[in-house]
Design a protein around this ligand. Structure first.
Ligand code: NOJ
Length: 571
C-alpha cells in the first residue's frame, strides 16, 4: 500500500515537473553593443563572458546572442558568410567555447541565433551557386527574369524585399536573378532543395555538439516561397492599394513569399532533431524559439500541429505589434486574452516587449512606464524575453540620417527613415559612468552611447535601493514562486485605465495592478478580488510610486498611481 502510494506521488511529481525553460526570463544580447573587451568599439564574446555573472545576478535563465558568425555585417550579422565560423570582431571559436564553459559553470543557458532564410552573398555556397558548381547550383532561388514588350529583361515577379525595392537582383556572372527577401547581399536559400535542408540540419548539429542549449530561429515566415509552376515561373503578389509606392515592402500582399505551409514542417523537423539529440546525448532539453511576425493563428502553428511538436517558445509579438504609447488597459487586456485564449492548452505562453528590431520599451511606452511594463512582462504566465538594457530602462538614441547604418533605415528616404531605423535601440549597453558607459575603452563605439549614460547605468542602479534594476531583480525572483509558475491567470479585470490580475499558488495570493493612465485611481481591491485579505503587502512597485516595498496597505483603498505598476500580496 505504502509502495503504491509512493509510486503514485512520484508519478504525479513526474507528470507535473516543469522543464527548465518553461518559466524562464530569457535575455537577448546584441553582441556588438553589449561589452567590448578588446577596445575596438565593438562588443565581443569575451565581453559577454565577463558579464555572465551579471545576468545570473539579475535572475536570467538563459541568453540568446544575435548572430556571432562570420559576416560582412551588412545587416550586422544577419548576413552570414559561414555558419560555422565566429566573426573575428567577436572573437574566436576558443572564446565561444570558453563562454559556453563559463555559462555552464554558473547554470546559464546560451542560445544562438540561427538564420535559415538567407546567407550572405559572400558565403562560399553562394559564390559556388553563382558559378553553378555542384552541389550548390540550386542552393538559392534563381530565375532568368521575364522579357517585357520592349524586349527588356525584368525581374520575374513584383515581389518586394523587406528592406524595400525589388526582391530580385540580377547577377551578371550567372546571368540570372536571385531572390533576396531582405538586403541585396542576403540571398534566400532554397528550401525546396533537400540538400539545403540537410546542410542546415548539419549546422544545427554542429553547434549542439559545441554545447549550445538551443536556437532563436530568425525570420521563419520567409523560408519558403510558392513552388514554381511547371515552366519554373512564379506568380505576382496582389497589390495592397493602401500602400501605393511600389518600392515599399507593404505594396504587395505576401501570399506567395511568406507563411507557406511547408515552413511549419521545417520547424517540426528541427524540433525532432533537438529531441533526438537529447535522447542520444542526454543533458537538458535543447530549445527552439521562433521569430515570426505573422497572424496570431500562424504564430501559434509554430508550437505544433497536435501531432508533431514545433517551437518551444513561439515569440508572442501581439503586444509589441499592436500596442503603443496610447494603448489603454482594455487594449492590453484584449491582446493578452487573444494570445492566452488561442494557444493550445499544453503549450507555454510567451511575452516579448523588446528586441533589436523595435524601438526601446522606455521610448515606445514612455520612460515613466518602464517598471510597469517590466512588471507586466514578468508576472504574466509562461516565459518572458528581455532585450538587453530594458532592465535599466535604456532609451532610444537619436541617430541622424547621415550617421544611420541600419540597412532598413538607409534604404528609406531621409524624411521617414527614423520610424524604421533600428539603430536607436542598438546603442552600447550602459554599464557605468566611465568612458563610453563602461562599454569600451575605445574613443569611439560603432554606434554612439546614449548621452544619459552618466545618470542611467547598471552600476548606479545597483547601488541605489530604488531603481529599475532593483525592481527587475525582485520580479525575476518573484517568478520563481509557485503562484507565478501556473499556466493561466486567475481573475483579470479592467477598471478604467487600470489592468488588474491575480496569481495564486501554494497559499500565496498576489494582485498585479497596472495603471496605464496618467491619473491615480483609488480601487477597492478586496471588492474586486474577494479572496485577498483586507491588508496587503507591497512586493514591488514602479520607482516613482509613493508606496515602498514591504509596506502594508489597506486593500480596500488602494491607490493605483498614474503610469505605475505594483505587485501586492495578501498578508
Ligand atoms: C530578423 C532579424 O531580427 C532582423 O534584425 C534581420 O534584419 C532580419 N531578420 C533579416 O535577417
Amino acid at each position: 500500500m505504502k509502495i503504491f502510494f509512493l509510486i503514485g506521488i512520484t508519478l504525479i511529481g513526474l507528470t507535473q515537473a516543469k522543464d527548465w525553460w518553461e518559466n524562464g526570463n530569457f535575455y537577448q544580447i546584441y553582441p556588438r553593443s553589449f561589452k567590448d573587451s578588446n577596445g575596438d568599439g565593438v562588443g565581443d564574446l569575451n565581453g559577454i563572458a565577463e558579464k555572465l555573472p551579471y545576468l545570473k545576478e539579475i535572475g536570467i535563465a538563459g541568453a540568446w546572442l544575435s548572430p556571432i558568425f562570420k559576416s560582412p555585417m551588412v545587416d550586422f550579422g544577419y548576413d552570414i558568410a559561414d555558419y560555422r565560423v565566429i566573426h573575428p570582431e567577436f572573437g574566436t571559436m576558443e572564446d565561444f567555447k570558453n563562454l559556453i564553459k563559463k555559462a555552464k559553470e554558473i547554470g546559464m543557458k546560451i542560445f544562438l541565433d540561427f538564420v535559415p532564410n538567407h546567407t550572405s552573398d559572400e558565403s562560399e555556397w553562394f559564390k559556388k551557386s553563382v558559378q553553378r558548381i555542384e552541389p550548390y547550383t540550386d542552393y538559392y532561388i534563381w530565375h532568368d527574369g521575364i522579357i517585357d514588350e520592349n524586349g527588356e529583361r525584368k525581374p520575374p515577379t513584383n515581389w518586394v524585399s523587406a528592406f524595400r525595392y525589388s526582391a530580385w537582383e540580377w547577377n551578371e556572372d550567372r546571368k540570372q536573378y536571385y531572390l533576396h527577401q531582405f538586403a541585396i547581399k542576403q540571398p534566400d536559400l532554397n528550401y525546396r532543395n533537400p540538400k539545403v535542408v540537410t546542410e542546415m540540419k548539419n549546422v544545427i548539429k554542429f553547434w549542439l555538439d559545441i554545447g549550445v542549449d538551443g536556437f532563436r530561429i530568425d525570420a521563419v515566415p520567409y523560408m519558403f516561397e510558392i513552388e514554381a509552376d511547371k515552366n519554373g515561373n512564379y506568380p505576382d503578389e496582389p497589390i495592397n492599394e493602401n500602400c501605393p509606392n511600389p518600392d515599399d515592402n507593404c505594396h504587395t500582399k505576401k501570399i506567395y513569399t511568406q507563411d507557406q505551409i511547408e515552413t511549419y514542417d521545417m520547424i517540426y523537423q528541427w524540433r525532432e532533431l533537438c529531441d533526438e539529440y537529447k535522447k542520444e546525448h542526454g543533458g537538458d532539453t535543447r530549445i527552439l524559439f521562433t521569430e515570426a511576425y505573422t497572424s496570431l493563428e500562424n504564430e501559434i502553428r509554430y508550437y505544433g500541429d497536435g501531432k508533431r511538436n514545433g517551437s518551444h517558445v513561439a515569440f508572442n509579438f501581439e503586444l509589441i505589434s499592436y500596442t503603443n504609447m496610447g494603448s489603454t488597459a482594455a487594449d492590453f487586456n484584449k491582446h493578452i486574452d487573444s494570445w492566452l485564449n488561442k494557444i493550445p492548452k499544453d503549450v507555454i505562453a510567451n511575452w516579448v516587449l523588446g528586441n533589436h528590431d523595435n524601438h526601446r520599451l522606455a521610448s515606445r511606452y514612455g520612460p515613466a512606464r518602464t517598471d510597469l511594463f517590466n512588471i507586466m512582462l514578468n508576472t504574466l504566465p509562461g516565459n518572458a524575453i528581455t532585450y538587453n538594457g530594458e532592465e535599466i530602462g535604456m532609451t532610444d538614441v537619436w541617430i541622424s540620417w547621415e550617421d544611420s547604418v541600419d540597412p532598413q533605415a538607409c534604404n528609406t528616404d531621409p524624411d521617414r527613415y527614423y520610424a524604421v531605423s533600428r539603430d536607436p535601440a542598438r546603442t552600447p549597453f550602459q554599464w557605468d559612468a566611465s568612458n563610453l558607459a563602461g562599454f569600451s575603452s575605445s574613443t569611439n563605439s560603432w554606434l554612439p552611447v546614449a548621452k544619459n549614460y552618466t545618470i542611467n547605468n547598471v552600476l548606479m542602479q545597483s547601488r541605489s535601493p530604488v531603481s529599475h534594476l532593483q525592481v527587475f531583480k525582485k520580479l525575476t525572483k518573484l517568478r520563481q514562486e509557485p503562484a507565478f509558475q501556473t499556466k493561466t491567470l486567475n481573475e483579470k479585470i479592467v477598471h478604467n485605465n487600470v489592468l488588474l490580475y491575480r496569481r495564486e499558488g501554494k497559499g500565496d495570493n498576489y494582485i498585479i495592478v497596472l495603471n496605464f493612465g496618467k491619473n491615480s485611481e483609488t480601487i477597492n481591491l478586496k471588492e474586486k478580488f474577494p479572496s485577498i485579505t483586507n491588508k496587503v503587502e507591497i512586493i514591488t512597485t514602479s520607482i516613482q510610486s509613493k508606496y515602498t516595498d514591504g509596506e502594508i496597505v489597506d486593500a480596500t483603498k488602494f491607490v493605483a498611481e498614474g503610469e505605475v505598476g505594483t505587485v501586492v500580496v495578501s498578508v
